[in-house]
Design a protein around this ligand. Structure first.
Ligand SMILES: *Cc1c(COP(=O)(O)O)cnc(C)c1O
Length: 428
């Protein structure tokens, strides 16, 4: 069934480390051979053997309206005729910045970069430059890209590979990274007291997507906001996953809590390499060339990347019903899976917010990395392969959220629920 993928994976390993250009793709935690994709349309992926899959990854988010979304394809085709890069400012960059500002709250100035990693790395540097302090707080299991400072207890990718500390990241760097458990406000208060006057920033995934989908407990984000206000700490929302996915205004709008700096990636690029960080003018004006916190990028604001993102964001802005439709589909899927698992008497938890959903096999609530780790991961891995064989492409790790795209039909969701039902019928 996977003949081409098996051959390609062997060939890839001869010239690409581990055969992949990003570790989670290697199927290391679920085992087996990664599937090599050839094309995709709407909600469906097609692999090199011609096998079709219902896609629940959406390229980890960007394909929120489905693959090969015709307006994006057309816009790229037209734009590419005018040059693929200038290394000089363009009108489209202004339009993109204005569009983002019109959609998200609380952003006076926004800088485009080429990945979520760059966005988070730059936002942290800015927070440090602005406050003149070095330390920052992140939460166990949250992922903020692969910049050195963030590679401490950094969620799915590292957890999947069972990497605790990363060779190559110096102790000097890691020592300025303070961590605590997600949803543990007291631990943050403790750190704020212990390191009073030394903390530049608190960075968080406002809804977590990198250890499954995890929701902030009531009052948690509000409590962090308060600590930041009291201690002069820059509050950074990493909305690389949630931005433009949960709502046009992202988690900030959905949860009605404002960050000082916000980072974007994934959806913002419509499937091309784009990230961005932005926020209050008071802070953003410290970025070069306005200020002296240096940050730059040869391909930042690249016209092809900008037109893809601009086209997708415009579609999302003009039809906010998309978010209700996505949430309704996600609820339908979650309810269907829940009914099926209850019928089979399988202990489970489903966490869900908007179009993000994760399934954990356990008898305890999933509220942080520790609780996520204690779910039955071998069972998820078994289910993963059954689903894959039956044409349903779930994220290849129990630590990942699933991302719905609006090209999914209710028939696709029924098939997904039915396939889970078949799996547990066979297990019994
Ligand atoms: C994916 C992700 C990143 C990193 O983005 P890249 O584009 O992969 O560098 C950062 N933060 C969060 C929350 C993410 O999900």
């Amino acid at each position: 069934m996977y003949n081409q993928s098996i051959q390609l994976f062997q060939r890839a390993q001869q010239s690409i480390p581990g055969g992949v250009n990003s570790p989670v793709r290697a199927f290391k935690s679920v085992g087996g051979t990664p599937v090599f994709m050839k094309s995709a349309k709407g909600a469906y992926l097609f692999d090199e053997d011609g096998k079709q899959y219902i896609d629940f990854i959406a390229s980890w988010g960007p394909m929120i309206l489905g693959h090969a979304y015709p307006p994006i394809v057309k816009a790229i085709q037209q734009k590419v005729m005018e040059s693929t890069s200038f290394g000089a400012p363009t009108l489209l960059e202004i339009e993109m910045a204005e569009l983002i500002k019109s959609m998200v709250p609380n952003v006076d100035l926004i800088r485009m970069v080429s990945s979520g990693t760059e966005a988070c790395m730059s936002a942290l540097r800015l927070a440090r430059g602005y406050t003149g302090k070095n330390k920052f707080i992140k939460f166990d299991g949250c992922y903020h890209g692969h910049a050195d400072a963030f590679l401490v207890k950094a969620g799915s990718g590292m957890a999947t590979l069972d990497i605790q500390t990363v060779p190559g990241v110096t102790a000097g760097v890691s020592n300025d990274t303070l961590t605590c458990a997600y949803n543990n406000l007291e631990a943050v208060q403790q750190l704020a007291k212990q390191y009073k006057g030394e903390i530049a920033a608190i960075i968080i995934e406002p809804i977590v997507g990198n250890m499954g989908c995890i929701l902030p407990a009531t009052g948690f984000l509000e409590g962090l906001r308060k600590i930041c206000d009291e201690e002069g700490i820059v509050f950074i929302f990493d909305e690389v996953m949630t931005g433009f996915r949960l709502a046009a205004g992202g988690a900030q709008a959905k949860l009605n809590i404002h960050a000082d700096l916000v980072t974007y990636g994934k959806v913002i690029g419509g499937g091309l390499p784009v990230g961005a960080f932005g926020g209050k003018k008071e802070i953003m004006q410290h970025i070069a060339p306005l200020g002296n916190v240096y940050q730059a990028g040869t391909l930042s604001g690249n016209p092809i990347a900008m037109i893809a993102g601009y086209t997708l964001l415009t579609a999302l802005k003009n039809n906010p019903n998309i978010y209700d439709e996505l949430a309704a589909k996600t609820t339908y899927l979650g309810d269907g899976i829940a009914a099926c698992l209850s019928k089979h008497k399988v202990p489970f938890r489903i966490n869900r917010f908007g179009s993000m959903i994760s399934l954990h096999f356990c008898n305890h609530d999933i509220t942080d990395f520790d609780t996520a780790s204690k779910a039955d991961i071998p069972l998820f891995n078994k289910l993963f392969h059954f689903m894959l064989d039956n044409g349903i492409y779930l994220p290849p790790s129990a630590y990942e959220s699933w991302f719905l795209n609006n090209a999914l039909s209710y028939a696709d969701l029924d098939k997904t629920i039915g396939t889970i039902d078949n799996f547990f019928s066979q297990q019994a």
